[in-house]
Design a protein around this ligand. Structure first.
Ligand SMILES: Cc1cc2nc3c(=O)[nH]c(=O)nc-3n(C[C@H](O)[C@H](O)[C@H](O)COP(=O)(O)OP(=O)(O)OC[C@H]3O[C@@H](n4cnc5c(N)ncnc54)[C@H](O)[C@@H]3O)c2cc1C
Length: 493
């Protein structure tokens, strides 16, 4: 396959860059090792669009966070992705921490974050009544928001595919050769010749760089664990509530999600292993201690699932977005740890500007369509709309996921889309079947049957999430005709 641009990695960064490059007349491919887009760090994080006061003034993190925050609104509107600008608090428990709030406010002002304000206890309690009485003040950032993180990357991938970008899944990049101003990439069963490479491989960006260039940065995995609470705990907090940051990171936070759940987390643990995304008892104990400090009587019996994600950190602490000196047309977009989700549109635009500087101007794709239609949850339709849809396709009248009230019609829709779902968790991330209180306990087998039927594969070939995550291995009971042996055995008795 011959293309102009190969984007390695289908997280929020790779899918954003590919979608934006589709505005030009270019042949673009996204190469992804997993069996779905958004299957790396993009699927497991705090889902916050940070305001931008955390990062050191002048750093790439600070610049792209503040700009990215501003760009998210329009992007999410175009792609119909859930995004709510609910605001955030950093809370302080004593005078020492109030001093930290003042420093954050000053840094935020220098970074260009609008509307920052330190609130006293009474003002705070009025806005967030469930906060602990021990909280004495908070830094309020009205521009912070919450988003559906994997929904954003999935929408970007769908829109990129609609605009002609090819997405190769199950295609791990194993080698890149540079010769005569072009790159030859081996990825799974594919051999791709490209003029430009954009390395958005998250935790593995250092390894991709090292296939072509001198090793000049290292990605250090850092794990964050979470608890997700049932929707009945959903109005426990109204805003994103941070504690004062420490050297380890932004600290444990409590926040509502765009779907009405409550999330607490994350931990910050250097794992030394890029695949160590398990959850641990120590992690949960830590989360509980921290969360209970900030919110009164947390309903722990309402935890419906726990998960973890791995930050792609680098010892220097800032994003790495640059063309490699010795490799023209090879651009690293690496070490995109937090606030990479918030900053994604600005990070992507910055990388594309670098590419244009290196390659020259690109011709505009006049047929580029920036809009993508989300699937509309059946439960949110009016009675007339529901009836209309059922008349057109009776599968919308069959509820498969009882917790989230997701119909068969919606599940089929997300399987049939471009960049559609191929696995159980891919359906979960798109249609929310299995996201509710039972976490797929009831609907899982039904969803598997639908996937097998729609993709025309055997049900034993349906996987949960990652490659080889098989759910069924064979029948538990086999019925076979053994009448003769049975008759002989009965005679002997
Ligand atoms: C615990 C935690 C909390 C966070 N909270 C927030 C937050 O609230 N707000 C915020 O702004 N940011 C947050 N972040 C950061 C944010 O999630 C990341 O910055 C963002 O998701 C990074 O996206 P990405 O596309 O660079 O990486 P990824 O999503 O990891 O994508 C990289 C892709 O490259 C693929 N890949 C790797 N190697 C290869 C290969 N050899 N061949 C082919 N494909 C390959 C991977 O499979 C993966 O899909 C958080 C991160 C963590 C871990």
């Amino acid at each position: 396959m011959k293309v102009d641009v190969a984007v390695i990695g289908a997280g929020v960064i790779g899918t954003y860059i590919a979608r934006e490059l589709a505005r030009y007349n270019l042949n673009i491919v996204i190469i992804e090792k997993e069996n779905d887009v958004a299957n790396g760090t993009t699927k497991a994080n705090s889902a916050i669009i940070h305001a931008g006061y955390d990062a050191k003034t002048g750093s790439l993190k600070a610049k792209t966070n503040v700009l990215g925050n501003r760009l998210q609104e329009e992007l999410c509107r175009e792609l119909e992705v859930p995004f709510e600008r609910i605001g955030s608090f950093v809370v302080a428990f004593n005078d020492e921490e109030v001093e930290i709030l003042k420093k954050l406010e000053e840094q935020g002002n220098n970074n260009g974050v609008p509307g920052l304000k330190i609130l006293n206890q009474a003002e705070l309690r009025e806005m967030e009544p469930n906060l602990s009485e021990e909280v004495v003040a908070a830094l309020y950032a009205p521009t912070a928001g919450i988003i559906g993180p994997f929904e954003l990357a999935i929408a970007l991938a769908e829109n990129a595919a609609d605009n002609g970008v090819e997405i190769l899944l199950n295609s791990k990049v194993t080698s890149i050769d540079k010769s005569n101003n072009k790159y030859i990439i081996k990825a799974g069963s594919h051999k791709i010749e490209t003029k430009y490479v954009i390395n958005c491989a998250g935790l593995y960006a250092d390894e991709i760089n090292n296939m072509v260039n001198r090793p000049y940065f290292e990605i250090v995995p850092n794990r964050g664990q979470y608890h997700l609470f049932d929707k009945t705990a959903g109005d426990f907090v109204n805003k994103v509530v941070f504690q004062c940051p420490t050297k380890a990171g932004k600290g444990v936070l409590v926040l509502p999600t765009v779907h009405g759940n409550v999330l607490i987390g994350p931990t910050a643990e250097n794992t030394g292993n890029k695949e160590a995304n398990e959850t641990t008892t120590e992690g949960f104990t830590f989360l509980r201690e921290k969360a209970e400090k900030v919110v009164k009587s947390f309903p722990y019996y309402k935890v419906i699932t726990s998960f973890s994600g791995l930050r792609a950190k680098t010892p220097t602490g800032d994003f790495i977005i640059e063309e490699v000196q010795e490799s023209r047309g090879f651009i690293n977009v690496a070490a995109i740890d937090s606030p990479g989700l918030s900053a994604a549109p600005a990070i992507g635009n910055y990388a594309i500007d670098i590419l244009k500087t290196s390659a020259g101007a690109f011709e505009e794709n006049k047929s580029f369509n920036p809009k993508r239609k989300a699937f509309k949850p059946f439960t949110e339709l009016s009675m007339e709309e529901k009836q209309q849809l059922i008349d057109q396709d009776p599968r919308y009248g069959r509820v498969i996921c009882r917790c989230e009230q997701i119909t068969e019609g919606e599940i089929v829709d997300v399987i049939k889309r471009k960049a559609g779902a191929l696995t159980l968790d891919a359906v979960k991330r798109r249609a929310r079947a299995g996201m509710g209180r039972c976490q797929g306990g009831f609907c899982g087998p039904r969803v598997m049957e639908i996937i097998a039927r729609e993709l025309n594969i055997d049900i034993t070939d349906v996987v949960k999430d990652g490659i080889d995550s098989y759910i069924l291995t064979g029948a538990t009971k086999t019925i076979y005709d053994d009448t003769e042996n049975l008759a002989a055995a009965t005679k002997e008795d």
